[in-house]
Write a protein that binds this ligand. Structure first.
Ligand code: PMP
Length: 401
């Protein structure tokens, strides 16, 4: 059966992690993966996550029975509230609900499959560049065609806003448009408040369907309301939309696969029908989601004392990343590395585009053992006080070589 199969393409980021792990060079640095690291370069189990987890393990009322198909409702309610804010008209008017799914990826996939199968959507738009999994995921969900909208301007190392708006204006009515809610991956650049309003205007004019991808709420700035600005704005403007939430980064629950697909509609009477179709989609895909991670998130969001601790944790993570942005820029400017580096501190979230070319990236990996994506994207979370200067020097030497 299998002898004719050729090798499929590797998934770049996982291939880089493997290569990094197998590298014996002492000063090697991994800037590829989008996962938080402490100042010592270690993964961080958030103390409040550990605390909630221990409470759950010791809770005799809990068991490992199946959850309902659409997951743990108390979790999806808490997650929806976190995203939209409890005073959101969509919440008050009961026009929003959540589906507990498998992290951001699973939530995107369930939402995309609903749009393709139930609403018959065929075309989706993604930013150029985007988190590369969007394309695979929407295609696998049944979309026929993915199209790019312009986003990154390599000359100015910032947003090509006019290009973006032009491309959205040319989108066929009814197309689905994927929008990064905050901390755009991979570029680290987000639209401004005014620009979000202009995007909203085009989405309305062209009757596009907005599908937000919110993987970094609270992780980007340390402020959950600020990081949910775009989504809340669209809700307040009366849009119907989907939003896939991930709790991988902001809770450090990467492998627990905790996510929520938030659905906002205009009329609550349509909700039972939507839920019935989402139920069929999930049933045929993974039947029902795992409970442990969602119970952790729900417990933390519900308990004011644990919530406060979590707020501290997201501030710790976001401020360490912001500090590393400054430090990398300072080091490059100190070295006199050719180019402008202000974008490093202007960008937000875990990632930045360095502007390094593919062949420069190759040299970064081969000569300096600094692992990063071909596109020139680096994860700021991989930087720490012990390696940031080494990374700056490696960039410097690579550019000058
Ligand atoms: N969307 C974006 C833009 C992301 O960066 C990520 C995480 N890399 C995700 C979605 C989803 O990740 P996960 O499935 O681990 O929640």
């Amino acid at each position: 059966w299998f002898s004719e199969i050729e090798l499929g393409p590797p998934v770049e980021v996982f291939a880089l992690i493997k290569a990094y792990n197998e590298d014996n060079f002492e000063q090697k640095v991994n800037l590829s993966v989008g996962a938080y690291r402490t100042a010592e370069g270690k993964p961080w189990l958030l103390p409040v996550v550990k605390e909630a987890s221990i409470k759950l393990v010791n809770d005799a009322t809990l068991n490992k029975e199946y959850l309902p198909i659409l997951g743990l409702e108390s979790f999806s309610n808490a997650a929806t509230n976190l995203l939209l804010g409890v005073d959101s008209p969509a919440i008050i008017e009961k026009r929003a609900f959540g589906v507990h799914s498998l992290s951001g990826t699973g939530s995107l996939r369930v939402g995309a499959e609903f749009l393709a199968r139930v609403l018959g959507k065929k075309i989706f738009y993604y930013s150029k560049p985007t988190w590369e999994n969007h394309i695979l995921l929407f295609k696998n969900a049944g979309f026929e065609e993915g199209r790019e909208y312009r986003y990154w301007d390599n000359n100015t190392r910032s947003l090509d806003f006019d290009g973006m708006i032009q491309d959205l204006r040319n989108a066929p009515t009814g197309s689905v448009i994927i929008l990064h809610a905050v901390a755009h991956n991979p570029t680290g650049i987000d639209p401004t408040v005014e620009q979000w309003d202009q995007i909203a205007n085009v989405v309305k004019e062209r009757r596009l369907f907005p599908f937000f991808d919110c993987a970094y709420q609270g992780f980007a700035s340390g402020d959950v309301a600020k990081d949910a600005y775009s989504v809340r704005r669209f809700a307040s403007l009366g849009f119907e939309f989907f939003c896939a939430q991930s709790f991988a980064k902001n809770f450090g629950l990467y492998n627990e696969r905790v996510g929520n697909l938030t659905v906002v509609v205009n009329n609550p009477s349509v909700i039972p029908a939507i839920k019935s179709h989402l139920t069929i989609i999930v049933r045929g895909m993974y039947s029902n989601p795992p409970a442990h991670g969602a119970r952790i998130v729900e417990a933390v969001l519900r308990d004011p004392v644990m919530y406060e601790k979590w707020q501290d944790h997201i501030k710790t993570m976001s401020s360490r990343i912001i500090e590393m942005r400054k430090e990398l820029r300072r080091s490059l400017e100190h070295l006199g590395t050719p180019g402008e580096w202000n974008h490093l501190t202007e960008h937000i979230g875990m990632f930045s585009y360095t502007g390094l070319t593919e062949s420069q990236v190759e040299r970064m990996i081969r000569n300096h053992h600094v692992y990063m994506l071909r596109s020139g994207r680096i994860s700021m979370a991989g930087l720490n006080p012990s390696n940031v200067y080494y990374v700056a020097k490696s960039i410097h030497e690579t550019i000058l070589a």
